[in-house]
Design a binder for this molecule. Structure first.
Ligand SMILES: NC(=O)C1=CN([C@@H]2O[C@H](COP(=O)(O)OP(=O)(O)OC[C@H]3O[C@@H](n4cnc5c(N)ncnc54)[C@H](O)[C@@H]3O)[C@@H](O)[C@H]2O)C=CC1
Ligand SMILES: O=C(CO)COP(=O)(O)O
Length: 329
């Protein structure tokens, strides 16, 4: 049997970390597709992605290229690890073939309001689609630290087939057949992580973060159910798990962004300061639109959107949230 070939689209922090997971057992060759030749040359020269994962050595069975057509020829699986906003630039090229396409991005599209499973389904047959989502900071995964994560597909058999490529012993995968729930959990936790960062940036203590996690989870579940997903999924890794991680972990870019906003930076300056993808900004806009369209109450997420877009001052947002009428929990 010939060696497996897997392609990872995106040589940012998550794509590079997932390439390491796929390569670690030594059972396959991994193509890591970078954005341009300059990035390819830089990574290939020192066998390290110094901008996104400094200090982590890339083994020889990870090969770097900017030539996607070359990297996808004859592959057994493809992992999409770029921001959601870039899907239409990459996925059309994956429409042909029978290999699984595993999306590792977490977000909602700001204009079409689509989830990651829907973004894939626009180009890829349903039985080739899988989603990977859960509490997993790229740096910790790259270092080989124990991580548990969820793989979702239309059914558990397909999810297991996609999960089989990630045979790193410290990367434990749970399976789900709730694509909607897993997509929504991964996307919406970003918005709540911004809220938790804002609380921290305003100098609030642990109480406010616990409130954001708990009430944020309730909002996530409401919107997920309105979209056809299951509440139970939100209580798992791609929901509560990722929410706890990103609302409390220093490595969360969404949380860092929230801190910067609370300290008075503009949205653009805060994104610039973080220096990496902050999916929660676009996802907050989409969640706000979905809430209006589906008539779902999302006070916390909508406040995040209004503060980030400059519609509402952060102190006014806190006051309005605290003044909401009492209601059953
Ligand atoms: N970093 C992490 O710990 C995790 C990230 N994710 C998700 O993975 C996705 C990718 O994020 P990261 O790798 O963390 O971001 P990153 O900021 O580390 O890297 C982003 C990569 O995408 C490229 N890129 C950015 N915009 C692009 C565009 N419009 N077209 C083409 N390429 C573009 C950049 O050049 C860079 O290579 C996001 O949806 C994120 O939510 C999911 C789990 C963990
Ligand atoms: O999704 C993540 C970890 O599971 C990464 O979160 P941030 O995008 O907030 O850094």
């Amino acid at each position: 049997m010939s060696r497996q070939q897997v392609c990872v689209l995106g040589a940012g922090s998550w794509g590079t970390a997932l390439a390491l997971v796929l390569a670690r057992s030594g059972a396959r060759d991994v193509w890591l597709v970078a954005r341009d030749e300059a990035q390819v040359a830089e990574i290939a020269a020192i066998r390290e992605n110094s901008r996104y994962l400094p200090g982590i050595h890339l083994p020889d069975n990870i090969r770097i290229t900017a030539d996607m057509a070359h990297a996808i020829a004859g592959i057994d699986a493809c992992v999409y690890a770029l921001p959601c906003i870039a899907v239409d630039d990459y996925l059309p090229q994956l429409a042909e073939g029978d290999f699984p396409v595993i999306a590792a991005c977490k977000g909602l599209h700001p204009e079409t309001l689509t989830r990651s499973d829907e973004m894939l389904a626009k180009y890829i047959a349903k039985d080739r689609i899988a989603l990977l989502s859960g509490p997993s900071f790229a740096l910790e995964v790259a270092k080989g630290q124990p991580t548990a994560i969820t793989m979702a597909a239309e059914n558990l058999e397909l999810a297991a087939a996609a999960a089989a490529f990630f045979d790193d012993t410290n990367f434990r995968i749970y399976l789900s057949d709730d694509l909607i729930g897993v997509a929504m959990g991964g996307a919406l936790k970003n918005v709540i992580a911004i809220a938790a960062g804002m609380a921290d940036g305003l100098g609030f203590g642990h109480n406010s973060v616990a409130a954001a996690v708990t009430r944020g989870l309730a909002e996530m579940a409401r919107l997920t159910v309105a979209c056809g997903g299951e509440t139970e999924t939100l209580m798992g890794l791609s929901g509560l798990g990722d929410l706890v991680l990103t609302c409390t972990g220093e490595l969360s870019r969404n949380r860092q962004f929230g801190i910067a906003i609370a300290r008075g930076q503009s949205c653009e300056a805060a994104i610039e300061q973080v220096g990496q993808v902050v999916e929660g900004v676009r996802t907050a806009r989409a969640a706000n639109q979905l809430a209006l369209k589906l008539n779902v109450e999302l006070p916390l997420m909508q406040s995040v959107h209004r503060v980030v877009s400059g519609e509402l001052g952060i102190h006014d947002a806190v006051a309005a949230l605290m003044a909401r009428p009492e209601r059953p929990e």
